[in-house]
Design a protein around this ligand. Structure first.
Ligand SMILES: [Zn+2]
Length: 694
């Protein structure tokens, strides 16, 4: 597994796992959106608010659907992709002569869509696990119980938030060694908080207190659904919240987690054991079948010291309540209606602002993708990704890499030695497009047409075993951390790769029928964004081989940090609808990638136009200049808005700025934008102190 806190995505929410809107018709795919210059609102001035100029009409025409926390170009394409996945799953479920892969994914989908059977089963599929937790009479049983829980809960994927691994008590996965990325180590990470991050437990503003009150009620309701009396559930909920709050206080701050040196804590088994003397790691590792290793990566040692304190201070009764609640909480989406409804009510409605749950077919398609992604993805990719698109993507990737090589050469603030190492790193980058060369083999996962919960649990077991089995082995640079239908992209500094799943290579991101200016403004910006991540405040600390190694001279590093500081200050800003302030230190990497991404895509477009005897001012058939098309296609990707609840969570827990800043702060740093739209100094879209890293 990649080290998820270092993975830099184009957009956190924009995955096939995101909430989506209702499908227009149960059988048809929604229509894809294409770029159109008519979408601009001509009554507005592009130089005073480019986001509104480019997006207001779109947002009026595309309000946030009731089962969604946000509107936008990304979520719309997510819906299209989920519908496409559904179509392949239904074909597989109906196939009269299915291949083994079709049989597996078809049976999985059929088991999920059979809501009556799931409802009839109630909580019974989870009961054996709850009985095991109920037998906790001595804390020496914790390692065995934790292993049993961890083997059943679907491991967190790359899309999890930066604050913590989403799981029970702590997270176990494998990740490349910081010092030698060729080798993969077992990693232990902070986790176990039911709310999205430590700030939710620690902040004492009114909104935070209000959310904690709602959360307390949610915990009690979940426990009541497991059969506890109302009084018992209310008392247990207090203990659970107190334990989660203690974990939050021990957890590493989300900004500190962005600095890889804070995470690079390699320890022997004895040292890990010394962090939590009351928890036998030998027993836990044996139960999880973790191979013995001279070194383990402990991302947040203080967190595990906090776990030790909790083991010492909390009663068995409190531990039983905590484990029961969190286990049910994670498995609720795969249980009967009352569990599903309560889960949606808190996480969907109260924490994200959605009014309705997504239809079951969509949740089932999302689950199939999450559990058997590379099996589901085979039919999807064959049906929806034309192979010739891969060649055009590769051409654009190469053009953008060339633009960054040129940018490095032109950087007046870097010395020749550092430039040489930057070139070497960029040249060593592996570019992955659409889907893997070799599909993952899930044939050992038993899938039954009448056992949805069991299918989820067995798929989870397969995935966690697969991750653990990588420990001590060579790191595989060709492995994918996202499934083919995912609408997202990522850069991984430890494998030095950029990755673009087939799901994002559709209009309006990538459009084979569009002119270069539009494709560079859209998917070109995404490619530039991921490429820049290799050289942002986090990525620049890794070398060509993916090792955490300082290859910068002190003077060059100081110059970098001065430029980075400009970005941090620019994005430290009030976000009124979220009721919180954005921390530019948290979002610096994403903001740098946004700015660099648009610069590199524009430079690549310029190079391409030059070879065709044109330039950015050349008029195109739609009446706009090449540059105007480019900037509008770019802004178009970020049309959309968040419900206030979702905006608040995003600003607190993760590095991506909200959409309008991803457009306006970037263009206001670019003289090329001012030139393209005739903006002048003093207007809002022309920053007096324009920031520039790449
Ligand atoms: Zn990013």
């Amino acid at each position: 597994m990649r080290l998820p806190t270092l993975i830099t995505l184009i957009a956190l929410y924009a995955t096939v796992f995101a909430q989506g809107s209702r499908a227009e018709s149960p059988d048809a795919l929604p229509s894809l959106q294409h770029f159109s210059p008519d979408q601009v609102d001509k009554s507005l001035d592009p130089c005073s608010d480019f986001f509104q100029y480019a997006c207001r009409k779109w947002m009026k025409a595309n309000p946030i659907p009731p089962d969604q926390a946000r509107s936008g170009t990304f979520p719309k394409l997510v819906v299209w992709n989920i519908s496409a996945v559904r179509s392949t799953l239904e074909d597989a479920a109906r196939a009269s002569n299915p291949t083994p892969v079709e049989k597996q994914v078809g049976d999985y989908y059929a088991s999920c869509i059979d809501e009556a059977a799931v409802n009839k089963a109630g909580i019974s599929p989870l009961q054996p696990e709850l009985d095991r937790i109920a037998r906790l009479e001595n804390k020496s049983q914790l390692p065995e119980i934790m292993a049993s829980i961890h083997q059943m809960i679907r491991p967190a994927n790359l899309n999890f938030i930066d604050t913590q691994y989403q799981g029970v008590l702590f997270g176990l996965y494998s990740a490349p060694n910081f010092g030698d990325a060729r080798v993969t180590l077992v990693a232990l990470d902070q986790s176990g908080m039911g709310l999205p991050g430590r700030e939710f437990y620690i902040n004492d503003d009114d909104k935070s207190k209000y959310i904690r009150d709602l959360y307390l009620k949610h915990i009690a309701k979940v426990l009541e659904l497991t059969g506890e009396s109302q009084a018992q559930a209310a008392a247990d909920a207090q203990s659970v919240l107190a334990m989660e709050t203690a974990l939050a206080k021990a957890a590493m701050d989300v900004v500190a987690r962005r600095d890889p040196k804070n995470l690079n804590n390699k320890m022997s088994l004895e040292q890990v054991q010394a962090l939590t003397p009351s928890f036998s790691w030998s027993q836990y590792f044996a139960a999880m079948q973790v191979p013995a290793s001279p070194q383990y990566l402990v991302l947040a040692p203080d967190f595990f010291r906090g776990v030790e304190k909790l083991i010492a201070s909390e009663s068995n009764e409190h531990w039983r309540a905590y484990l029961r609640y969190l286990t049910v909480n994670f498995m609720a989406p795969y249980l009967s209606q009352p569990f599903v409804d309560e889960n949606f009510d808190f996480f969907g409605r109260q924490l994200s602002g959605a009014n309705e749950i997504q239809p079951r077919w969509r949740r089932c398609s999302v689950n199939a993708d999450a559990d058997l992604g590379e099996a589901v993805g085979q039919a999807y990719a064959a049906k929806y990704f034309p192979p010739e698109n891969k060649e055009r993507m590769l051409q654009m990737v190469r053009a953008i890499e060339t633009a960054l090589h040129q940018d490095i050469d032109a950087a007046s603030w870097m010395s020749p030695g550092t430039k040489e190492l930057a070139h070497a790193k960029l040249s060593a980058q592996v570019d992955k497009i659409a889907y893997p060369d070799h599909w993952r083999d899930y044939s050992s996962v038993v899938v039954k047409r009448d056992d949805f919960f069991g299918n989820v649990a067995r798929s989870a077991r397969f995935e966690i075993d697969r991750r653990i089995a990588k420990a001590g082995k060579s790191t595989d640079r060709q492995e994918w951390g996202m499934t083919p239908p995912t609408v997202n992209a990522y850069e991984d500094p430890q494998t030095n790769t950029i990755n673009f799943p087939a799901g994002i290579l559709q209009p309006p991101f990538f459009d084979a029928k569009e002119i270069d200016a539009v494709n560079y403004g859209a998917i070109g910006m995404v490619i530039g964004h991921e490429t820049t991540h290799g050289f942002d405040d986090q990525g620049r600390k890794f070398d060509a081989n993916g090792n955490l190694k300082d290859w910068w001279t002190p003077a060059d590093a100081a110059n970098y940090e001065e430029r980075d500081k400009c970005i941090q200050d620019e994005y430290t800003q009030d976000v009124p609808e979220a009721g919180v302030k954005q921390n530019g230190k948290l979002s610096a990497g994403e903001d740098t990638a946004d700015n660099g991404g648009v610069h590199l895509a524009l430079a690549a477009l310029q190079n391409t136009l030059k070879s065709q005897g044109k330039d950015l001012d050349t008029s195109t058939p739609d009446g706009l200049t090449e540059a105007q098309n480019f900037f509008l296609a770019f802004a178009n990707l970020w049309c959309g808005e968040n419900r206030p609840e979702a905006a608040r969570t995003a600003v607190i827990t993760q590095g991506h700025s909200l959409n309008r800043y991803r457009v306006n702060n970037v263009v206001a740093n670019m003289p090329e934008f001012a030139h393209a739209f005739g903006c002048h100094a003093g207007q809002p879209m022309v920053h007096a102190n324009a920031c520039r890293v790449w």
